[in-house]
Design a protein around this ligand. Structure first.
Ligand code: NAD
Length: 295
């Protein structure tokens, strides 16, 4: 059987390390990292995500501020909040939880965030710096995946990596990070998407597959080779009357079929998901210490 990459356990280990760092800052009279989160509207999943982020801040000893606004908030009002957070010296980093209500232009809001405080790593300035190998806030999910590969000592250099999905928040940035001249990195990366011809030909020769397409159990057992490393980013709700909530979370990979062939695999839930929040904490700590842009 494969080695399970336990994202929950790894996230807890990293949180303990961050908590130790925060204690040191406190003992030395330094500034305590302060993350703000802006939540607009009542999207159920977003409420859960933001609650998790705030709770995680508490766990590691960060300060946190939650700004909740109802769905009638105008774009102008939100941009004012962003500007206030940009200028508030006590806030080291902040996030505006996506998706935003339809009448608000997400791109405009993302661009309004000062890149120095963009701990989600969504601003094009951070994306561009990442692509050029300069210090940058890395987007949370790809950063979490890189941590997993690194801490589980999974060899990436020279490997054939196939990324499924080209979103701005997962597929495209992870394909850049894996191919950079860095450690982990130096992989040969194929970025596959909805227009890819003969996807199976790609997945069959992959040493490492990063699946981020949002289709439950898309990657089947006959699409992978023996010894493959599987990072399953997908979080899909699948109806299940026998489950307490009426649904179950499934990844983009058919776990039961693929796991017996894999050398390493992430479960869903409990894989990439918990690492995403941890990355946000790591970025906020870097922001507080001025590690990316100075003070
Ligand atoms: P998205 O929904 O924005 O885009 C999906 C991508 O998959 C597109 O680039 C598309 O080209 C590709 N695609 C769709 N159908 C395909 C097919 N048949 N063959 C090949 N490629 C295909 O992607 P996203 O926002 O990156 O989300 C992907 C999944 O990851 C979702 O299930 C999402 O919930 C999950 N996700 C999880 C985390 C986490 O923390 N674990 C974070 C972000 C997203």
């Amino acid at each position: 059987m494969p080695n399970l990459i336990d994202g929950k356990q790894l996230a807890n280990t990293i949180k303990e390390e961050i908590a130790i760092d925060v204690n040191k800052l406190r003992e030395n009279g330094g500034k305590i990292p302060h993350l703000a989160a802006v939540l607009v509207g009542e999207d159920a999943a977003s409420q859960v995500y933001v609650r998790n982020k705030v709770r995680s801040c508490e766990q590691v000893g960060f300060e946190s501020t939650l700004i909740r606004k109802d769905s009638s908030t105008t774009e102008e009002e939100l941009l004012e909040i962003v500007e206030e957070l940009n200028n508030d010296p006590d806030i080291d980093g902040f996030i505006v939880q996506l998706p935003l209500p339809k009448h608000i232009n997400e791109e405009k809001v993302t661009l309004a965030i000062n890149p120095k405080k963009d701990v989600d790593g969504f601003h094009p300035a951070n994306f561009g710096r990442m692509a050029q190998g300069l210090p940058a806030y890395l987007p949370a999910t790809p950063f979490g995946i890189m941590q997993m590969l690194d801490r589980y000592n999974i060899e990436v250099e020279g490997k054939e990596c196939v990324v499924l999905g080209r979103s701005n928040i997962v597929g495209t940035p992870i394909s850049i990070l894996l191919s950079r001249k860095a450690r982990p990195g130096n992989a040969t990366v194929s970025l596959c998407h909805s227009r890819t011809k003969d996807l199976k030909a790609h997945t069959l020769r992959a040493d490492i597959i990063i699946a981020a397409i949002g289709i439950p159990e898309f990657v089947k057992g006959d699409m992978v080779k023996d010894g493959v490393v599987i990072i399953d980013v997908g979080i899909n709700r699948v109806d299940d009357a026998t489950a307490k909530r009426g649904y179950r979370l499934k990844g983009d990979v058919a776990f039961d079929e693929v796991a017996p062939k894999a050398s390493f695999i992430t479960p869903v839930p409990g894989g990439v998901g918990p690492m995403t929040v941890t990355s946000l904490l790591m970025n906020t700590l870097k922001a507080c210490k001025g590690e990316i842009y100075g003070h």
